[in-house]
Design a protein around this ligand. Structure first.
Ligand code: BES
Ligand code: MN
Ligand code: ZN
Length: 497
């Protein structure tokens, strides 16, 4: 979809549909909506008077213009209450509007930048939200379908602005929005891709393409190098699979000699549970157990395009977790890169094992601070559902920055506690630590396990087990992979600059 910004009067534009926004409870139409209403002999205000248009968030009303306007249709989108307007509301309305138009067969449309100037929202940010919501909301994953789609793609979005001096801010916003949303969609593609099309080698290949396209340095460590570096935890998980593991490192340099921000992502391209095998029901979802890694790779590409003056290193340990005659077993002990030994209680608690070596690698490289994203625990899903990501830290100041970035990005994130008492559940009788802490507080004991390997480096862990996928289509979220936390990662790099 092409997004263009032009100056002019939206009532004069000839396209498939023009979109106007309406606040809930607004006594009368204002601005562009009022002008369109006049041209339509009061059709919109009549729908309002009759109670069919209330302005509730994402309420969509399509009105045919029957030759009274150069465009064939007007789509009136509810923006919700004016005092509740936020960037995330604008993203959601944009996504819902685009899908409503696509359902109606519209392939080109024009809109004004809703919300610009309301409640402190800058035109640039409003345009960014509009573009993000549109690109995210229209996302589909059809690579493995041979039947044609039942809809036509929207190929043009025209953003029309009356005041010419605002155009460049809107254009900048559209550019950032496009880069951010396309990155999240790339992460979605990787997560939606089945495990037979997204092996560790294919993940490394995807990272290589991102690196080549956007000028990032890339290193992919092979099994032999992992052995030399002593990554016994990652290698333990990988030993049950025929697919060779890959340790992917992407580097963006924009910040001179400053220590890089480290983005780490769990790259389990398929998690069967291993010898501690998972129940068959729902196991197919474990093709998405590399969502954290996908977000890292995609965010690195976006950061390279947005060029903030910081250094950022992306690290993705990638492997499968399968049962076989060579697989690691419950009771095995593994020696991690830093020398700490781990007793394996469950081979299904594999994410924390591969991240243990990734954290150690990052520390050896002098990378600080560190954020990891991982579909780590079912316990996090039980605690927080699919509404928000769980956040954990050894450094409150750094977590506050991550929470702020997540808020700007519209990716809900909630902190869970890291009281030292929880560490006791990870104590082992035969090794330094064990890889499960029992049923209680499973998301926290997993985070406490990772904390052993982050040591004194400022670190945040994001458990995205519940938020990496959505069962519902709503706003700019569609069914399947969400791309979380790609946009938080990008925003964090921008904020740290
Ligand atoms: N990848 C899973 C966690 C998961 C569960 C992600 C549901 C997405 C949806 C992880 O590797 C896992 O299996 N965790 C175990 C840990 C347990 C054995 C301590 C879990 O949560 O059951
Ligand atoms: Mn598992
Ligand atoms: Zn897993």
């Amino acid at each position: 979809m092409e997004i263009r910004v032009t100056s002019g009067d939206i009532a004069q534009v000839a396209t498939g549909a023009v979109v106007v926004g309406l606040f809930e409870g607004a006594p009368q139409l204002e601005g562009a909506a009022a002008a369109l209403d006049r041209a339509l002999d009061g059709a919109i205000s009549r729908l309002m008077a009759d109670g069919e248009i209330k302005g509730k968030a994402s309420e969509a009303t399509l009105v045919h213009t029957l030759g009274k306007l150069p465009s064939a249709r007007v789509l009136v989108m509810g923006l919700g209450k004016k005092e509740d307007l936020s960037l995330d509301r604008l993203r959601a309305v944009s996504g819902d509007a685009c899908r409503a138009l696509r359902r109606a067969g519209v392939t080109r449309f024009a809109t004004v930048s809703h919300g610009a100037g309301v409640g402190g929202i800058e035109p640039r940010a409003a345009a960014q939200s509009l573009a993000e919501g549109a690109i995210l909301g229209l996302y589909t994953f059809r690579r493995h379908m041979t039947r044609p789609p039942e809809f036509k793609e929207i190929d043009e979005l025209l953003l029309v602005e009356r005041e010419a001096e605002k155009l460049s801010a809107l254009e900048q916003g559209v550019r950032s929005g496009r880069i951010t949303a396309e990155a999240a969609n790339m992460a979605r593609d990787m997560v939606n891709e089945p495990a037979n099309f997204m092996t560790p080698a294919q993940m490394a290949e995807a990272a290589r393409e991102v690196a080549e396209q956007h000028g990032l340095a890339i290193t992919v460590l092979e099994r032999e190098q992992m052995q030399e570096m002593g990554m016994g935890a990652l290698l333990g998980v990988a030993q049950g699979s025929q697919q060779p593991p890959k340790f992917i490192v992407l580097e963006y340099k924009g910040g001179g000699s400053r220590t890089p921000l480290g983005l780490l992502g769990k790259g389990l391209t398929f998690d069967s549970g291993g010898i501690s095998i998972k129940p068959a029901e729902g196991m197919q979802e474990m093709k998405g157990d590399m969502a954290g890694g996908a977000a890292v790779i995609a965010a690195m590409g976006a950061i390279a395009q947005l060029r903030p003056p910081v250094n950022v290193t992306g690290i993705v340990p990638a492997t499968e977790n399968l049962p076989s005659g060579t697989a690691y077993k419950p009771g095995d002990t593994l020696k991690s890169m830093g020398g700490k030994t781990i007793e394996v209680i469950s081979t299904d608690a594999e994410g924390r094992l591969i991240l243990a070596d990734a954290l150690c690698y990052a520390r050896r490289q002098g990378i600080s601070p560190l954020v990891d994203a991982a579909t780590l625990t079912g316990a996090c899903v039980v605690a927080l559902g699919d509404v928000c990501t769980g956040a954990f830290t050894n450094n409150q100041e750094f977590l506050n920055k991550v929470l702020k970035a997540a808020g700007t990005a519209g990716e809900k994130t909630w902190q869970l506690p890291m009281y030292v008492e929880y560490k006791e559940q990870n104590k082992s009788d035969v090794a330094d630590v064990k890889n499960t802490g029992g049923r209680n507080a499973g998301a926290i004991t997993a985070a406490q396990f990772l904390a052993e390997f982050a040591e004194d480096t400022p670190w945040v862990h994001l458990d995205i087990a519940g938020t990496a996928r959505s069962e519902k289509e709503r706003g700019y979220t569609v069914k399947g992979a969400t791309g979380t936390p790609t946009r938080t990662f990008i925003q964090l790099a921008l904020d740290l600059a």
